[in-house]
Design a binder for this molecule. Structure first.
Ligand code: PMP
Length: 450
């Protein structure tokens, strides 16, 4: 069962689909070909041309309304008025950078640190701000190397952590063309369904321990382990199994970088941060996407002593990172999560959605597993539940069928057979039937076709 890279090259428009496009869409894809670098990928065989968003809904240029089941960027809802207002007000007044004193970055950092779980002391952590998740991970990896004095890094085989030289080196999800970074060791993700392991935590801890030993044998000093605690691109693997593995990392003097770009900011319901589901304490936390609800703001929260190894010897300047407009957007996001009770909402509505999607799964033997935490759900498609053979082709056809029913999503996992159901947090009880019926009907149509 050969794994294939998924997140960039699956669910992609390809030139052979161009002949089937309507004239307007064809004109736009041709313009993109002419104007933009060839590395961009559009979703869908018939790409979507979006012009407006509100809450959990999107509209295309023809006025068709969609249910967004994919977006964790507009995490508190597309075009949230509180973010629009905060950005507008600050932009009218001043936008500058961190070489001048400005209180917004300080006030935000107070709020930001206070989102840490009770078992962590916010005073132990310092913040740095950048513009993208890639930059956050790039900085985190540099800090981990400085602190540990090592170069050896561990990541999972379908991880995605970014597009810079360092972060792409721990992002095998970019595909076979992406070289793994020097001194990067890749290990299989802790997938209980696929491995069939009863104690996935112990299994994963053993993998980490063996990999650190391999590294030492090769003369490489271990620097750290970077992971997205819900393993989104590895196939969406919620749970509470990481503690033993992180103990091994720490026991070997390594840094644990929790990449919270996907599970952070209240999405998993029980906790604000994904790693808190595992009860573990990261040395460095990185975040991005949901932090500014569409404004490019990202951050690093690092234990002060860990950060000191880097910041004690190197200046860091990021022109746009932590600017007052970004901080205003980020503050509005935290305020809205609190005011609208979005974490509790994600917990309750996420559980109801999981239940509804599992009922759909119960009606179709091609659904091997439905798992989730809050509003982050993986819907795994297989040819046969007994063999658990991944059904990549069915997953891709499902995306098109779901789109035809107004539901937008995409796939994850090394076999590209897991639908990632991760709507903006305002997704509500009344949206569940739209999504569940679309899943049910799409499966019915496709499996009847054979
Ligand atoms: N980490 C994870 C887990 C991500 O999903 C992504 C983006 N898909 C990144 C890092 C990189 O973030 P950005 O695209 O903002 O650079």
């Amino acid at each position: 069962m050969a794994a294939r890279s998924t997140i960039m090259d699956a669910n992609s428009f390809r030139s052979e689909h161009a002949d089937r496009l309507d004239l307007d869409t064809r004109k736009l894809t041709d313009r993109r070909d002419e104007l933009l670098g060839g590395s961009y990928r559009l979703f869908y065989r018939n790409p979507v041309h979006l012009v407006r968003g509100e809450g959990q809904y999107l509209w295309d240029a023809n006025g068709t309304k969609y249910l967004d089941m994919y977006n964790n960027v507009a995490s508190i809802g597309h075009a949230h008025p509180a973010v629009v207002e905060a950005v507008h007000t600050q932009m009218k007044q001043l936008n500058t950078h961190t070489r001048y004193i400005h209180e917004r970055i300080l006030d935000y950092t107070d709020s930001f640190r206070n989102t840490l779980p009770d078992y962590m002391d916010p005073m132990d952590f310092k913040a740095m701000y950048v513009c993208t998740g890639s930059e956050a991970n790039d900085l985190a990896l540099r800090v981990a190397k400085s602190f540990s004095g090592g170069t050896g890094l561990i990541a999972t085989t379908e991880a995605y952590h970014g597009n810079s030289e360092l972060s792409s080196g721990v992002s095998p999800a970019l595909g076979a063309g992406q070289p793994v970074g020097s001194d990067v060791w890749l290990i299989e993700a802790p997938d209980a369904y696929r491995t069939g392991e009863a104690d996935i935590g112990a299994w994963f801890a053993r993998r980490i321990r063996d990999t650190i030993a391999d590294m030492a044998e090769s003369g490489v000093t271990f620097a750290g382990f970077i992971a997205d605690s819900i393993f989104s691109s590895d196939g969406v693997l919620p749970g509470d199994y990481l503690a033993e593995a992180i103990d091994v990392v720490h026991g070997a003097g390594g840094i644990f970088i929790a990449d919270e770009v996907q599970p952070g900011f209240a999405r998993t319901g029980d906790h604000f941060w994904g790693f808190a589901n595992h009860g573990v304490t990261p040395d460095i936390i990185t975040t991005g996407k949901p932090m500014g609800n569409g404004i490019p703001v990202a951050g690093v929260l690092a234990r002060s002593d860990v950060l000191e190894a880097f910041s004690g010897s190197l200046p860091y300047f990021n022109t746009f990172g932590g600017n007052p407009v970004s901080m205003a957007a980020a503050q509005a996001v935290l305020d809205v999560i609190e005011r609208e009770g979005l974490q509790e909402h994600a917990r309750i509505i996420g559980a109801e959605a999981l239940d509804a999607f599992r009922q759909v799964g119960g009606r179709h033997h091609q659904v091997g597993d439905v798992r989730g935490a809050g509003l982050f759900i993986g819907f795994e498609l297989v040819t046969d539940p007994a063999t658990r053979e991944p059904d990549h082709a069915l997953a891709l056809d499902m995306l098109e069928e779901l789109k035809a029913r107004g539901v937008l999503t995409s796939v994850a996992g090394p076999f590209g057979n897991v639908l990632k159901l991760r709507p903006p947090l305002p997704f509500t009880r009344s949206d569940i039937p739209w999504a569940a019926d679309a899943l049910d009907e799409s499966l019915r149509v496709l499996t009847a076709r054979g």
